[in-house]
Unconditional design. Structure first.
Length: 164
């Protein structure tokens, strides 16, 4: 078993024996305006990321938009969960790529039409994995369902998983 697989097995065993310790409050992310539409988002342990908006809506396009970071969070979360599940099942990943795209309608975010949602209208997750072993479709589907970012949006935003 890999180091990742061993650590996951130990964590699962510990939390199964101590279920009260499995639930916790996630660390806060605090966004601070730097100027214009540019924000610096910081966490309690020194984590930091900067966001900005495109020039077409008044930003300076100096950093990724919050919407892009949303897609980045989803793609990296699904990828992480696929890698974790593969490690647990002894599947060697030789390549893994997760792409997330979404469709949006700016009439919502710009308050042009109150009937149009301000968030994504749909989300597509594309996973491409190359392994040294058997087909991993089931592993990918389970990993996507277990991804906390995916779970947070799947109940409110239509999500389609595409493997291949």
């Amino acid at each position: 078993m890999t180091e990742i697989g061993s650590k996951l097995a130990a964590a699962r065993e510990y939390l199964s024996a101590h279920p009260d310790e499995a639930r916790y409050v996630d660390s806060v992310a605090t966004a601070k305006l730097e100027g214009g539409l540019r924000f610096r988002v910081e966490g309690p342990d020194g984590e930091a990321v900067t966001t900005d908006m495109p020039t077409s809506v008044g930003g300076s396009a100096s950093a990724p938009s919050p919407g892009w970071l949303f897609r980045a969070a989803l793609s990296s979360c699904v990828g992480t969960l696929v890698a974790m599940r593969a490690a647990e099942e002894g599947v060697r990943l030789t390549s893994l790529e997760v792409a997330v795209e979404s469709e949006s309608d700016d009439r919502g975010i710009l308050a042009i039409d109150s009937a149009v949602p301000s968030g994504p209208l749909s989300v597509l997750i594309q996973v491409r994995a190359v392994t040294g072993g058997p087909q991993v479709d089931r592993l990918i589907e389970e990993a996507a369902r277990r991804c906390p970012v995916h779970d947070a949006i799947a109940r409110a935003v239509p999500v389609r998983l595409e493997i291949g």
